[in-house]
Each structure stands twice: as C-alpha cells, then as structure tokens.
Design a protein around this ligand. Sequence first.
Ligand SMILES: [Zn+2]
Length: 232
Amino acid sequence: MSHDALDRRACDRARLARDPRFDGRFFTGVLTTRIYCRPTCPVKPAQSRNVVFFATAAAAERAGFRPCLRCRPEAAPGTPAWRGAAASVSRALRLIEQGFLDDGRSVDDLADALGMTARHLRRLFLRHAGASPTAVAATRRVQRAKTLIDQTTLPMSAVAFAAGFTSIRRFNAAFRAVYRRPPSALRRRRARRQSAADTVAARQMRRASLSMFSATTAAPARNVHASVNAAP
Ligand SMILES: [Zn+2]
C-alpha cells in the first residue's frame, strides 16, 4: 500500500546501517525467506535486490510475510509493546523528577516501584531515554541546582541540598563535571552581570530625572549633566 511513499534508497541505507532512527518507520520484507524485519534487525542484512519495504507491519503481513523472531517487529516503536515500555519509562522519569533517586533509594528500588527488574529498567531507559536512570537523575540534580543558583540568593550549601545532593562534595563534583567550573563561579558571573544591569538602570533613571528636571526648570542641561556625573 504506502509502499510507494517510502524512499527505497533511504530505507535500504537505513537497514544496512541498522539505523535506530528508522526503527518503527518502516519494515523490510525479505523475498527469499518471506520474513519481515525492523531496520535494526541484528541478523545479517539480506541483499538489496531481495528486499521490499513496508510502512507498517500490517502491510508486510498482508503481503504474506511473517514477523522475524530475532528483531520482533511487534515491539517496534509505535506498537503497543513499545508504548507500554515508553509509558514505564515516562513513569520512571516522573519519579526521578520528584527525587526518587536523590534520597538514598537505588535503581533497584525504582524498578521495584515499577514492577520490573533493574536490568529490564536499565534496558528500557537506554532504548527510550538514551541514558541510564542514574545519569538522568544526576543531570536533573545539576539542572535544579543551576536554576537555584540563577534565580535565588541561597547559599551554595542550601542549593546543594535543595537540588537533591546528599553532600556538598558530590554537588561540587557533579557541577564541575558538567560546567567545568565550581558552582560559585556561575554565581559570581551572575553577580557581575547583575551589577552591570544595575548600573545601566541607575544611568537610565538619572537620565529620566534629568530630562524631567530640564523640562521643569530653565537650567541649562549641560550643567545639570555635569552635576549628575559628579554625584557618587
Ligand atoms: Zn529481523
């Protein structure tokens, strides 16, 4: 059916490269075996002249192909199995966001909460989130801390604990690993920017009061300007 909508050359390149970005976007039917596969199938790819492409698993089956037992087209992106896994990962991401992995609980505990093994959870994370649960939690902690540094004047120790770090040492190490500088350096930069902004605002206020002054008095603007500049 939507056979023609698929770019045959692009599909062939994707399947030969086992490009995961194409997983779920098309299926390859192998004419010699009458089996259809995901682009990421681990089996040695068939020769290009022996394959046809389908937009959906249903189209491949309608054309008389059987699903591959190795790459399991029933678990490809967009299928119910895939959506189930993606939903589990979303739930796990929400729990991590709420600090599940920040207070001493482990990935095993997280897996327990989701009713699966830690090994399975890690596999799902790599596939759906592109990183391990631990890495996701670590990134979120640093992001939360960065936001607190930018938006509050909390001392660094308070930032560390509010962001979910269990020690200042871990906070400093995690921050350095991401930003290549200690957390306090980011606040100093912000403080400099802030004082520059204050100077500009003060200058604008002075200019505004100056023009008000010029408008309401007959004093020569030049002299007023000089006295404003002389002010501390
Ligand atoms: Zn396969």
